[in-house]
Design a protein around this ligand. Structure first.
Ligand code: F0G
Length: 359
């Protein structure tokens, strides 16, 4: 039987491309190495010859892509002798910060918008023992407060303004290139605080500049219409969307995201909540892949752009599914029109239920 070394996380794997030393104590939960799944049914439904793959980041240890950045941010915080970390979050960053801090033995403070984070994410932060601070404000208020606190106290910010976060997150682009044997033609992803698009662009550039690949993808990023500062061209107050993960009006990596879009020749676009939820349901129903609403916007994006011909036939497209659908069970259940069938615990009733639903 052939043996393979145990996978021990992305810092170990990409050590020579990340700012760590041989003796750095690495804080890892085995993040990265997520599947790149080809969409078969949805691609067929589009009736165009396009190869669409999803990078299922919901399969990271805490269920989102944030773990790629957090393993780096917490590793570097420990390296710098930090005793506490802080972040503002729409939910996933706080879940990830909480888990990696627990692993490292430091205190995580997380600022979240009161009542506007998905249940699973709140459960994670609480279970991992984070100090959860619910603010009467949104993510942008939280971000402002976190920056002010970190100026006055010895505490490390682990939002994506921490450069180590992007270093970790760039590895998703490496993995995609390694699996495809080349860079995709287009990369579609949701756009919130804009760290992830910046990180992917950094990763694609790194493999391009070192000659590992000879092309880079066009970066196509999508926002919810109620929270679309990149589409409006300026920050928006009171952002609102069912995709709470990207309910952000004042993105921190504004310039980096514009640079990625412009340098790559890609584009930004927007979708309303109904379209976002429809894409989430379609992916779950037709491909068996459950992602959270914010993630599904990349599916809405690729479908619209393939249909319109903006993404031409023959293209290879990758979409990042940033978070797992289980993060937000409330939103999922609310949009399911078919309710569970309730019956007595009797064979005849089970048979009847089966017969009526054989299609
Ligand atoms: N998708 C999900 C599931 C997210 O949680 C986020 C951001 C994004 C997309 C957008 O990525 O900010 O790098 O452009 N969530 C952050 C959080 C803001 O606090 O968890 P981005």
């Amino acid at each position: 039987m052939p043996f393979r070394p145990r996978y021990t996380g992305l810092i170990d794997k990409y050590r020579d491309r990340l700012p760590v030393h041989d003796d750095t104590r690495i804080i890892s939960l085995g993040e990265g190495n997520t599947p790149l799944i080809r969409l078969n049914n949805i691609s067929r439904q589009l009736d165009k010859e396009v190869d669409i793959y999803v990078k299922y980041e919901g399969l990271n240890p805490t269920g989102s892509f944030k773990d790629r950045g957090m393993t780096m941010a917490i590793t570097k915080a420990i390296d710098a002798n930090s005793k506490a970390v802080i972040c503002a979050s729409t939910g996933n960053t706080s879940a990830s910060a909480a888990a990696y801090s627990a692993r490292a033995g430091i205190i995580p403070f997380v600022l979240i918008p009161d009542g506007k984070i998905a249940l699973g994410k709140l459960a994670q932060a609480m279970m991992h023992g984070a100090v959860v601070i619910q603010i009467q404000g949104n993510f942008d208020d939280g971000m402002r407060l976190v920056k002010e606190v970190a100026e006055q106290a010895p505490i490390t910010i682990v939002n994506s303004i921490n450069p180590y976060r992007l270093q970790g997150q760039k590895t998703a682009a490496f993995e995609i290139i390694e699996e495809l044997g080349k860079a995709p033609d287009y990369h579609c992803l949701p756009l919130g605080n804009a760290g992830n698009i910046s990180a992917y662009w950094m990763g694609y550039n790194e493999y391009f500049q070192t000659g590992i690949v000879n092309q880079r993808p066009k970066m196509c990023a999508y926002q919810a219409s109620g929270a679309a500062p990149f589409l409006r061209g300026h920050p928006v107050e009171n952002p609102e969307t069912v995709a709470t993960a990207i309910r952000i009006g004042n993105p921190q990596s504004w310039d980096k995201a514009w640079a990625a879009q412009k340098e790559s020749g890609g584009w930004f676009d927007e979708f309303d909540d109904q379209d976002i939820l429809a894409a989430q349901k379609l992916l779950a129903e037709k491909e068996g892949i459950f992602c959270e609403p914010a993630s599904a916007i990349s599916i809405a994006g690729v479908m619209r752009d393939v249909k319109s011909g903006k993404i031409p036939e023959g293209s290879v497209v990758t979409c990042t599914l940033t978070g797992h659908g289980l993060k937000d069970p409330d939103t999922a259940i609310q949009q399911c029109t078919v309710q569970p069938i309730k019956i007595k615990a009797e064979l005849a009733e089970v048979k009847n239920a089966i017969l009526q639903n054989m299609g």
